[in-house]
Write a protein that binds this ligand. Structure first.
Ligand SMILES: Cc1ncc(COP(=O)(O)O)c(C=O)c1O
Length: 384
């Protein structure tokens, strides 16, 4: 199913095309239209952008504050220092690491370097939109792969659709649906593709790595450093609570990192973000474990609340959930916002039935389910 933009629009309808065209990577895009803030109304409970609701470790803030005096100098030495620290943390060499302004930069640069007019991008529908939107901007073809009925990656269909692609965006866990593929299935897919399609590179996006709790899920970093055609993208925006500091990175084979670096440059990040990462790398493992447990408890509580009422959640491995609310997401979202709870944008082709809801604190989720209950008790205005 190779799709030019026009045929993509025709295949999925205008709403679905909007997924690629209009919603590029803007986890916080709803903020722009949040009149609630402008009106000075009480802040809503923000469950729209998959952030850590508690923010970062206090040492990260101290690291950022400590960097201010360095703001007058270029950051080349700090980039080298933090690259080396990241490499050490992941058991790889500095030449296997590229820092980006959020993992967004890694996603964009990978799309830039590895797709072309003849070898496009393959990704699931839906998937985080950054790569597809960037491919579209460059006029490179996009092939979309539907999910299974339980909203998991259809690995056979993905295998077929990946042949001949320049880049495959393998979002694992997937945003927005939250489901994940096990390490053994990912390896099988990659090994088969490497044989079938000798010029295809695969970008494995592990933005929600720390939040995945299912048995058998694991990083592809060990494979990526060996195989020049596999890249892993990671971010400090999610579990580490640093979304506004814009720090992410790629780990890959040294030759692949060199190709990305040639386009990417090496000092696109601020000294504040770099020093935040330096501190984040020293945060005790227990802090991350506590955040994982906190997220899982609030996620389980909320998903059970929906499931008990007949609204099916997916098997979320992230800090958000994707729920069949049996009515259009917009209708649900607008009604929730009136009650002070902000949930995420539309995700075609599921915008008529599913809402994505980020995991807040347990306190926030307890308040939020009261609102969800009130909203869902009203009959749906439009058919799902
Ligand atoms: C799957 C996925 N990848 C990448 C990103 C980009 O994150 P950042 O640029 O903040 O690292 C996001 C943001 O929500 C995401 O959900």
């Amino acid at each position: 199913m190779s799709l030019s933009r026009r045929s993509f629009v025709q295949t999925l309808g205008v709403g679905a095309a909007g997924m690629w065209v209009g919603a590029r990577g803007r986890e916080g895009s709803l903020f722009g239209s949040e009149a609630v803030f402008a009106q000075g109304a009480p802040s809503p409970i923000i469950l729209s952008s998959n952030e850590n609701p508690l923010g970062c470790h206090p040492d990260v803030l101290a690291g950022v504050r400590g960097s201010f005096a360095e703001g007058g100098r270029y950051n080349y030495a700090a980039v080298d220092e933090i690259t080396a620290l990241l490499a050490k943390k992941h058991g790889v060499k500095p030449e296997n690491v590229l820092i980006g302004s959020g993992s967004t930069q890694i996603l964009r640069t990978s799309t830039h370097v590895f797709t072309s007019k003849t070898a496009g991008l393959t990704a699931t529908i839906p998937a985080y939109e950054e790569c597809a939107d960037y491919a579209r901007l460059m006029g490179h073809p996009i092939t979309g792969v539907k999910l299974t009925a339980d909203l998991r990656m259809d690995l056979d269909a993905m295998q077929q659709a990946s042949k001949g692609a320049g880049l495959v965006f393998f979002c694992n866990p997937n945003n927005p649906v939250g489901t994940a593929v096990t390490a053994s299935d990912t390896r099988t897919y990659l090994e088969t593709l490497m044989k079938q399609s000798p010029t295809t590179t695969v970008l494995v996006d592990e933005a929600y790595f720390e939040y995945a709790t299912m048995p058998g899920y694991a990083t592809m970093i060990p494979l990526a450093v060996q195989n020049p055609r596999v890249i892993v993208a990671r971010t400090f925006s999610k579990c580490l609570g640093m979304a506004g500091l814009r720090m992410g990175f790629a780990i890959a084979h040294a030759d692949t990192i060199a190709k990305l670096k040639a386009w990417d440059g090496t000092n696109n990040v601020s000294i504040m973000g770099l020093m935040g990462v330096k501190a984040a790398l020293q945060v005790p493992d227990q802090w991350v474990k506590d955040e994982q447990a906190r997220n899982k408890a609030a996620r389980d509580f909320t998903q059970k609340w929906f499931a008990d009422r007949g609204y099916t959640p997916t098997d979320s491995q992230t800090n958000f959930m994707f729920i069949n609310i049996k009515r259009p997401a917009r209708e649900f979202r607008d009604a929730c916002l009136k009650e002070g709870v902000l949930v995420a944008r539309d995700f075609p082709p599921y915008e008529k039935t599913h809402a994505r809801i980020s995991v807040g604190t347990m306190d926030e989720m307890k308040k939020a389910v009261e609102v969800f209950g009130k909203v869902l008790a009203q009959p749906a205005k439009s058919a799902a």
